[in-house]
Design a protein around this ligand. Structure first.
Ligand SMILES: NC(=O)c1ccc[n+]([C@@H]2O[C@H](COP(=O)([O-])OP(=O)(O)OC[C@H]3O[C@@H](n4cnc5c(N)ncnc54)[C@H](O)[C@@H]3O)[C@@H](O)[C@H]2O)c1
Length: 291
């Protein structure tokens, strides 16, 4: 099966850029969100991403009109009947995803491959919202932010997915220049488990008074070659999402992933990270780190 048309549900931070990377690779993409204002905002943001990328030499001038012309937008999934691969990237809420899957179930063609970009919900659980006939064609495709720059995709196998569906999805991801790794449907998948183990240790250093967040960031960048320090990264993705994922890991793995108290204190104090001007660090109104 060749993957041609792609459907993307959710035009937020992840969905809009997932649409972009497939559109740049000459796929026709159907991008939907709940409200026309959200898809319009996403398209305006993609224009800026393309302009920025052209300025930095990532894309050629002609990529912009070509990619944008490949994306059509909607506020429902009624036009998704011709999609070969549908990637769901809506809000991280099982009930919301389940409601959407029932709608997709009714319109998708029988051999469509369906993937969720969920960070933390079990792929096998999500699969159960589809009718039985679709379970072998449902899997996780976990992209990383920003999707236009990050090469990794975790391919997550749920209970009933077929090897054929995994192979087709893996090839589709490779064809757009991403690098897939296959992971079983375990809580946190692979990369977030490694990341949170490191973050918890970084936070312990600060809680013990051994280092400042700034010094741990410098240590990881200059000593380990990380492009961004752990505290900068937590601020970038936001402390509320950090706390949410941390609690999910704690529920699954207990003491190994115990949520650090300082993360809870920062959230309780309204310090959500870069988007709120203050997290582990301080940011100005343009989001530039100032302390
Ligand atoms: N943010 C990250 O770094 C990251 C990384 C990997 C995976 N994810 C996962 O990707 C998914 C999306 O995350 P995000 O950061 O893009 O969120 P976001 O809040 O930026 O975007 C979510 C979008 O989904 C839309 N939406 C909600 N319900 C919908 C529905 N029923 N139909 C259509 N659209 C709907 C919202 O309007 C919003 O535009 C989540 O499952 C998240 O766990 C996020």
């Amino acid at each position: 099966m060749t993957i041609g048309t792609i459907g993307v549900c959710g035009a937020g931070m992840m969905g809009s850029e997932i649409a972009l990377v497939f559109a740049l690779a000459d796929h026709k993409v159907r991008l939907m969100d709940m409200d026309q204002a959200f898809v319009d905002k996403a398209m305006a943001k993609l224009e800026k991403t393309l302009d920025g990328g052209i300025g930095r030499g990532f894309y050629a001038e002609e990529d912009k009109p070509r990619a944008l012309a490949n994306i059509t937008t909607s506020t429902d999934v009624s036009g998704f009947g011709d999609c070969d691969l549908v990637i769901e990237a809506i809000t991280e809420d099982e009930a919301a995803k389940g409601d959407l899957y029932k709608k997709l179930d009714a319109v998708l063609k029988d051999d469509a491959i369906i993937a969720s970009n969920t960070s933390s919900i079990s792929i096998s659980v999500l699969s159960s919202y589809f009718s039985e006939k679709r379970h072998s064609r449902f899997l996780g495709l976990h992209f990383f932010s920003p999707v236009s720059r990050m090469k990794l995709v975790e391919v997550i196998r749920g209970f009933d997915v077929s090897d054929e569906a995994v192979d087709i999805a893996t090839e589709a991801v490779k064809a757009i220049g991403k690098v897939p790794i296959t992971v079983k449907d375990v809580v946190g998948f692979a990369v977030n488990r490694v990341l949170f183990a490191m973050w918890n240790e970084a936070i312990r250093l600060v809680e013990e008074g051994a280092c400042t967040p700034e010094d741990v960031d410098i240590g990881c960048k200059l000593g380990l070659g990380h492009p961004v320090g752990p505290f900068e990264l937590m601020d970038n993705i936001s402390l509320d999402l950090t706390l949410k994922v941390s609690d999910i890991l704690q529920d699954a793995y207990g003491e190994r992933f115990h949520t650090r108290p300082t993360v809870k204190h920062l959230m309780a104090a309204g310090r959500v990270g870069r988007r709120g001007g203050r997290g582990w660090h301080r940011y100005d109104e343009k989001g530039k780190k100032v302390g």
